[in-house]
Design a protein around this ligand. Structure first.
Ligand code: FAD
Length: 418
């Protein structure tokens, strides 16, 4: 079933924001979640988005939505988590291979009735469509083609100015404008961390009418059909995502070209999938966290990729952006009710708690990255474990889990209330 086509609140050309309104910059999944959460707290909210109404964003990107994320979405818009779960796919079986030999395989039992499985998998573009439809129904106003260029904050509020010179006034602003966030730069927040030098090519393929791939997640260390590169194959509603980890001598552009993709995809998937490619992208992964998640006046709150960028192993991007967004809404609701003297406290608590969650997630994704781009000692450990697995259960489980980083979530993912 296809995702809904969201409408627009009012005529889609919302008037200038007035002091007292909350503005969200960015209609990505995290900005949309923040807008919904603000409405759940009864606050009027307008989303300012640089892109045009009805735009089509490419690629599956954040396919893997954790059950904790579904629960948060249910809290801010009852039934939304269940809606995503219904339209996503879930698989019980996970397999890990080393140089073509199966070193781990496990099939989990279905979750009991009424309980979400650990995740649901559907393309980010569909997640955004469901969020946007809910936001419109909840009374969020949208203003499209509003590219924010300037942010001025004071103890009393925020003034945003678009590249076209339009002015928007707000009591609070949620900065959800993604990895190149102008809001972040304008409030003087610095990104701290590293860029990983390794390259990945990421490809989406559409499912065939008669699927010849199993509904399972497969991770290959040293896939023999592609000269020992690592390969990850993950199902999502409507298709599969295939990640190829490049080695030092590889040219990312060549392996991402139509001929390059066809060459390696045909080697790792059954026949007929390569010509069903719907998206190709190349990535180097950043591991960055803003030094502060709010401006000095505590009026602008940063969430999602405006505040942090992680390597995707463990799916910590969207899954930590959603709790950021809920926490920002709770903080703004509390600050709006507080006396002027007390209004900073909830925003301060938001900034500290979410930054600490982001540092935890950055380090966890960093452990996965270090495992996938191993030094000599780790490479030798992987090889030794692969020789012992699957008979040696400890080695087998380690090979399966390590590419995703440590399990669990930071305690700040558990929602707090004032
Ligand atoms: C290959 C890949 C795989 C991934 N897999 C997963 C996964 O499985 N699970 C997971 O949780 N995460 C995953 N992620 C991460 C996930 O895609 C991001 O965390 C998510 O898109 C961030 O959402 P966001 O709303 O913060 O930012 P974005 O989605 O980037 O949205 C920002 C919005 O702000 C708008 N904007 C930008 N600048 C301005 C401006 N100046 N004024 C107004 N509007 C502006 C943009 O147009 C955009 O609509 C993956 C990412 C990649 C690249």
């Amino acid at each position: 079933m296809s995702a809904p086509s969201p409408g627009t609140a009012g005529d889609g050309t919302a008037g200038d924001g007035t002091a007292g309104d909350v503005l969200v910059v960015g209609a990505g999944p995290v900005g949309l979640t923040a807008a919904l959460a603000l409405r759940a707290y009864g606050l009027p909210v307008t989303v300012l988005e640089a892109g045009p109404e009805g735009r089509q964003r490419p690629g599956s990107r954040a396919i893997f939505t954790h059950s904790q994320t579904l629960q948060i979405l249910d809290r801010i818009s009852p039934g939304l988590g269940a809606e995503l779960y219904r339209h996503g796919v879930y698989w019980n079986t996970q397999r890990t291979f080393h140089a073509g030999k199966e070193v781990y395989a496990k099939t989990y039992p279905d979750p009991p009735a009424g309980v979400y499985p650990h995740f649901t998998s559907l393309p980010q573009v569909q997640i955004e469509a469901y969020l946007q439809a809910r936001a419109v129904a909840a009374g969020v106003t949208f203003a499209w083609e509003q590219e924010i260029a300037d942010v001025t904050t004071s103890d009393d509020g925020v003034v945003l100015t678009t590249a076209a010179g339009r002015r928007w006034d707000a009591s609070y602003v949620v900065g959800a404008d993604g990895s190149r966030s102008v809001v972040r730069k304008q409030i003087g927040a610095r990104m701290e961390g590293t860029r990983d030098e390794g390259w990945y090519v990421v490809v989406d393929v559409a499912e065939k009418d008669e699927p010849s791939l199993p509904n399972e997640r497969h991770f290959h260390y040293a896939h023999p059909a592609v000269d020992g590169r690592n390969v990850l194959i993950v199902p999502f509603a409507g298709g599969y995502r295939v990640d190829l980890q490049l080695v030092e001598k590889d040219d990312p552009e060549e392996l991402a070209s139509p001929e390059g993709v066809r060459g390696w995809l045909d080697a790792v998937l059954p026949p007929g999938y390569a010509e069903r490619t719907t998206w190709v992208s190349t990535y180097q992964f950043l591991q960055l966290v803003a030094h502060d998640f709010a401006d000095p006046h505590r009026r602008v709150l940063l969430v999602g990729e405006a505040a942090h960028l992680f390597a995707p192993f463990g799916a910590r991007g969207l899954n930590s952006g959603v709790p950021d967004a809920e926490a920002a809404a709770i903080a703004i609701a509390a600050a709006s009710r507080a006396t002027a003297a007390a209004a900073r406290t909830p925003v301060e608590a938001f900034a500290l708690a979410r930054r600490s969650a982001a540092l935890f997630n950055r380090d966890a994704a960093g452990e996965a990255l270090a495992h996938l781009r191993p030094d000599e000692e780790t490479a030798a450990r992987v090889l030794a474990a692969a020789e012992r697995a699957p008979e040696d259960a400890e080695a087998s489980v380690w090979l399966e889990k390590a590419p995703y980083g440590p399990r669990g979530v930071h305690r700040a993912e558990t929602v707090y209330r004032y």
